[in-house]
Design a protein around this ligand. Structure first.
Ligand SMILES: *[C@@H]1O[C@H](CO)[C@@H](O)[C@H](O)[C@H]1NC(C)=O
Ligand SMILES: *[C@@H]1O[C@H](CO)[C@@H](O)[C@H](O)[C@H]1NC(C)=O
Ligand SMILES: *[C@@H]1O[C@H](CO)[C@@H](O)[C@H](O)[C@H]1NC(C)=O
Ligand SMILES: *[C@@H]1O[C@H](CO)[C@@H](O)[C@H](O)[C@H]1NC(C)=O
Ligand SMILES: *[C@@H]1O[C@H](CO)[C@@H](O)[C@H](O)[C@H]1NC(C)=O
Length: 767
């Protein structure tokens, strides 16, 4: 964690001078200024990620950028013809090699039976956590997929099982023993469970290896060969006593191993090719920087230019960087080199012809497109609610596919969050990340549950959902000083069944101003207040179980009494902004009406001042009524967290309560690992950030306040996650005590168990 990119939105200053070359630069002000200095033709184009850069380039808002190896593969699918590759970036010690790496299978020269001949064999793998050569999961698993057919889930039911479990189970049936170190799942408990159940797949790693590394005896160190290198270790695993059947490693390390370390035995080994043929490792073959056959050939990372500027940039670059080397000194040329290429281990190799990304990769890394691919695992359908979000989802989907993350994702767009919730309930979509505001409705009306909670920033309280009760300072001085005083008054809520509404119900029940046995929350609130505005109170989408209560009184306040000039003065209980009292800002407008008394809303710290201004409510005109039933000491909205009615995580990932939850849970762990904030942008295989703004737009798929994910059950780690769970526990306990909620009978055994447990727990926590 720790890498929360500075919030830099794409600030593209349009197209400036035609001679300027717009260079994509990730958040780094110093670099940005340096490339523009001293008569440089370069101008800085600030982007948050390299994927944002690709989007900016496709609109002509940037001209040149660096893309990583895997990004080149992704671009060849996503934007195959948009750009031209002007140069590749290679390792300084391997400039003559055409590939960033080649992944090969080394077997004893006596091997028979091709790929199928590996069945029952001993398999040596460099490890799923090896980072040296930037192998994606797809690369790491290519041999397994070809030999053990891990993509076919043979004979296994996929219900309720994670992709990792199906994969490892298939491997354990295929190979007799192995060392396949590193995490088998981004989810630690899934990983631990699998390591426990399939120890044979770790048995070649050596004693006390805990399957996290090799501990086999590596013998003496030979100059030029690193005994700590995982590929060398995997080769040693294969070689030692001729016990191994296959090592899946990089060709460059095969050459080191057999040229320098064990030349005597080289010809006892061979490469196993995809067509099942063998190539014995003669000194002639080992002299070549390219393998005679390989399972993956990876393109080098590349400098890419927009099609319209490519020829010009291709002409200029060799003049700026003679021989593809950093020219040094304190010139703009060197600054540009640092900005685009970076690192002293890199060398720029200029392309002779201008190829598109597709042409650049197609000859050797020709992945089937995601739409033409099939998998034995059900695709997980991510529900999106607008086209920008959909676009981001499609990039996440394709990036995950490029990296070989399983199961595959699909994206489907609906008009509203409620349509998504309903689709998920009806098994027409699988998951969505939504605001805490929808948490109760999603559980109660749509029978969904949280797969993950979002982690907010602990250093920034404003990133959480914080519900406050506000009364008018004038009435506070006279008649409203406690929750009891609100009886018979007029109240404003952002949305019926939303987090503010539910936080009020909870507090009111705690204070016993609403009966704890009244579990019809429309009635509970409707009968307590004279009237209210709770948008959605009469909508089917918001129904909280069967209610005989006439909810009209929860909508009557939604009509402004004073005619608002230019406003919509028609009666509406709509749960969108056509209702001028909908949402947190609308609730403030509602409170501003002279005859209304109290508003319950989420404090959006970055917007609240503006919202108060828009509602014509000076800070001094409102005062918070705290959860402990006292008025806040001063007026305004700067209140301490003990005063809040709820202080909870601001969003969560929701899915149906059934067997696919495990699989979604671990998929999210994997996505968090690759596209969260765990890895710096330079090391990320594909620089896409699922929690950050995308293409300059905030809050797509996740709120930008998200930092990571946590378990809905992990109460201990996070106060606000605990508060969130507790809020629903309290309410669920109520639904159980009084009239049973329709749908309870259809809940499965575990929900009932959870419900009983939480009912017991609630007694201790709340009463
Ligand atoms: C290889 O096999 C021999 C005998 O079959 C055995 O003694 C040795 O321990 C094995 N080595 C490894 C690394 O498994
Ligand atoms: C609910 O109450 C309103 C106003 O009091 C009334 O007009 C309406 O007919 C009632 N609806 C039902 C279904 O009883
Ligand atoms: C509240 O904010 C939304 C979007 O930010 C806007 O569309 C709406 O008009 C605002 N409502 C009021 C009452 O200011
Ligand atoms: C109630 O909470 C507020 C806000 O945290 C605090 O200032 C006040 O002292 C508390 N009052 C009581 C009686 O606990
Ligand atoms: C891992 O996945 C399981 C279910 O698949 C889930 O219950 C668990 O909470 C996940 N997280 C961790 C950190 O283990």
């Amino acid at each position: 964690m720790g890498f929360k990119g500075i919030l830099v939105t794409v600030l593209l200053i349009g197209l400036s001078n035609a001679q300027d070359i717009g260079v994509c630069i990730l958040p780094n002000e110093e670099l940005c200024q340096n490339v523009e200095r001293d008569g440089s033709p370069a101008v800085c184009r600030r982007v948050s990620t390299r994927i944002d850069c690709a989007l900016a380039m496709s609109r002509g808002q940037a001209d040149v950028a660096l893309f990583s190896e895997e990004e080149m593969v992704l671009l060849s699918h996503q934007q195959p013809n948009d750009y031209r590759v002007v140069a590749s970036i290679r390792d300084v010690s391997r400039t003559a090699e055409p590939f960033a790496f080649e992944a090969v299978a080394v077997v004893p020269a006596s091997h028979t039976g091709g790929l199928d001949g590996l069945r029952g064999g001993r398999y040596c793998h460099p490890g799923l956590d090896q980072t040296e050569l930037r192998w994606s999961p797809r690369v790491l698993k290519t041999l397994e997929r070809a030999a053990a057919r891990t993509d076919r889930c043979p004979g296994a039911t996929t219900t309720g099982r994670t992709a990792e479990e199906l994969e490892v189970e298939t491997l354990s049936k295929f190979f007799g023993s192995a060392c396949r170190p590193g995490p088998w799942s981004a989810n630690v408990s899934v990983d631990a469970d699998l390591k426990n159940r399939f120890p044979a797949l770790c048995s070649l790693c050596g004693v006390n290896s805990t399957c996290s590394r090799y501990t086999i005896d590596m013998g003496v160190t030979v100059a030029g060969v690193n005994n700590n290198n995982r590929h060398i270790q995997a080769l040693e695993c294969l070689r030692s006593n001729n016990n191994g059947t296959v090592a899946y490693v990089a060709w460059q390390h095969v050459r080191e191993f057999f040229n320098m370390r064990n030349p005597d035995v080289a010809t006892s080994f061979a490469l196993l090719c995809e067509d099942n043929s063998l190539r014995v490792l003669t000194s002639e073959l080992l002299a070549s920087t390219t393998a005679p056959c390989s399972f993956v050939k990876q393109p080098w990372s590349a400098i890419v230019a927009s099609a319209s500027r490519a020829a010009e940039i291709q002409t200029n670059l060799p003049a700026w960087w003679p021989n593809g080397v950093d020219p040094g000194g304190n010139s703009w040329q060197t600054n540009l080199y640092t900005a685009l290429v970076g690192g002293s281990n890199a060398r720029v190799i200029f392309q002779e012809t201008l190829q598109t990304p597709l042409e650049y990769t197609r000859a050797f890394r020709n992945l089937t497109t995601i739409d033409a691919s099939s998998s034995c695992l059900p695709v997980h359908r991510w529900c999106t609610v607008n086209s920008q979000e959909h676009a981001k989802c499609m990039w996440v989907r394709n990036a995950a596919f490029t990296l070989g993350i399983e199961p595959m994702i699909s994206c489907q767009m609906r008009a509203t969050t409620f349509e998504c919730l309903s689709d998920i309930r009806n098994n027409a979509a699988d998951f969505i990340a939504t605001k805490a505001n929808y948490g109760f409705l999603a559980r109660q009306h749509y029978q969904l549950s949280a797969v993950k909670l979002i982690q907010n920033s602990r250093s920034n309280p404003a990133s959480y959902s914080r519900v406050v009760a506000l009364v008018k300072a004038s009435s506070a001085e006279s008649d409203i000083t406690r929750f009891e005083n609100l009886r018979g008054k007029r109240a404003c809520f952002p949305e019926f069944g939303g987090i503010s509404y539910m936080a009020f119900v909870r507090t009111a029940q705690e204070r016993s101003v609403i009966s704890r046995s009244e579990c019809d929350y429309a009635r509970a609130v409707g009968e307590f207040f004279d009237s209210a505005c709770a948008p959605g109170a009469m909508a089917n989408s918001h129904a909280l179980g069967e209610s005989s209560f006439n909810a009209t009184s929860l909508c009557t306040v939604c009509r402004p009494s004073v005619t608002v000039v230019g406003g919509d003065n028609n009666f509406t209980c709509a749960y969108n902004h056509t209702n001028m009292f909908y949402g947190n800002n609308g609730t403030l407008s509602c409170l501003a009406q002279p005859e209304n008394h109290v508003a319950f809303l989420e404090l959006e710290s970055d917007r609240i001042d503006e919202q108060l201004r828009a509602a014509n409510l000076p800070n001094s005109s409102v005062r918070a009524l705290c959860r402990n039933n006292t008025l806040a000491l001063s007026t305004g909205v700067r209140i301490d967290s003990n005063c809040l009615l709820a202080f909870v995580v601001d969003s969560e990932v929701l899915a149906r309560r059934n067997d696919i939850t495990n699989s979604i849970n671990t998929l999210l762990d994997t996505l968090d690992f690759y596209f969260g904030y765990n890895i710096g942008s330079g090391s990320q295989l594909i620089n896409l950030r699922m929690y950050s703004s995308f293409d300059g737009r905030k809050d797509l798929l996740f709120l930008d306040t998200a930092q990571g994910l946590s378990e809905p059950s992990s109460d201990a780690d996070d106060e606000q996650a605990k508060n969130y769970n507790e809020l629903f526990r309290h309410l669920e306990a109520c639904t159980g005590a009084a009239a049973p909620v329709p749908g309870l009978a259809t809940r499965n055994f575990f929900s009932i168990l959870t419900f009983i447990m939480s009912a017991i727990f609630t007694r201790y926590v709340i009463y």
